[in-house]
Design a protein around this ligand. Structure first.
Ligand code: SAM
Length: 257
């Protein structure tokens, strides 16, 4: 195994590692090396079983996801635990689902470490949206369609999150919506209110990169009904249809023209 430059830097108290959305195949090599070289791994609920299985048996594992650590876990509990573990001088990996810098409360944990005079390294991971897009055969940007794409959350600390709806509602726009199941009806309403076509495609990918991954095709008009019925973690790819469905719709449109 090569000695990766990213790991050469990882002589810090804590290494934040993005686990990718599920499959071990979506873990970076640097992340794998960090996991196998750790003394303690503190992980979230959304880290895939395949990734957890790569952690050697001698490594102490601490699950701070709600199911493992108890329903009352708070971010400040996690911060305190991280600091306490790092102060032992052992090699600590803080493992987060997807990319640790995307909706991962990374800064709050870094702030706690810095306040305690502790150092850190970040090893990014594949985020749910990039893998979801790949798994529906689409790219998130496309010449002539969209010159950028948004990564947005369905809710923030104040409830359903507000965004630049007018520009998001423009034809050809693409947005990856995280934590959007409960807020799907709100998002649908806001986009339609700002002029989005109800026929705009939206694909909801549930359990991305896991054995039980499901791809649910929707339109803006059906988005809430489709998304709210799902149980697993899901990312909404607004503006994208699975490639096969998109091709069929284009062919039909051309035939009708
Ligand atoms: C707290 S955010 C964490 C995002 C993560 N850091 C990432 O980069 O993918 C949790 C949300 O991410 C999305 N998500 C994370 N993992 C997922 C997966 N395997 N399948 C589908 N959505 C996922 C869902 O929208 C979920 O509600």
């Amino acid at each position: 195994m090569p000695d990766l430059p990213t790991l050469a830097q990882a002589t810090t108290a804590v290494t934040f590692v993005g686990a990718g959305p599920g499959s071990a195949g979506h873990l970076t090599l640097a992340a794998f090396q960090a996991l196998t070289g750790a003394d303690v791994v503190i992980h979230d609920r959304l880290v895939g079983d395949e990734v957890l299985a790569l952690i050697p048996a001698h490594v102490v594992r601490i699950n701070v996801g709600k199911e493992g650590f108890g329903p009352s876990v708070t971010q400040s509990d996690i911060n305190a635990l991280l600091v306490a573990q790092a102060q032992t001088g052992r090699r600590i990996v803080r493992l987060k689902g997807g990319d640790c810098g995307i909706f991962g409360r990374l800064d709050e944990e870094i702030d706690a470490l810095e306040a305690a005079g502790l150092t850190f390294t970040i090893l990014p991971g594949l985020t749910a949206a990039t893998v979801a897009a790949a798994n529906i055969g689409q790219s998130l940007t496309r010449r002539g369609r969209n010159t950028g794409f948004r990564i947005v959350t369905g809710h923030d600390m104040d409830g359903f999150a507000e965004h630049e709806w007018r520009s998001m509602a423009t034809e050809g726009e693409v947005a990856a919506i995280y934590m959007g199941k409960k807020s799907a009806r709100f998002i649908q309403g806001r986009l339609m209110m700002h002029g989005a076509d109800p026929a705009t495609p939206a694909t909801v990918v549930e359990n991305v990169s896991r054995p039980d991954q499901r791809i649910h095709s929707a339109t803006l008009a059906t988005l809430a009904t489709v998304a709210q019925a799902l149980e697993g973690p899901a990312v909404i790819l607004y503006g994208l249809a699975p490639r096969q469905a998109a091709t069929a719709a284009k062919t039909l449109k051309e035939a009708q023209a």
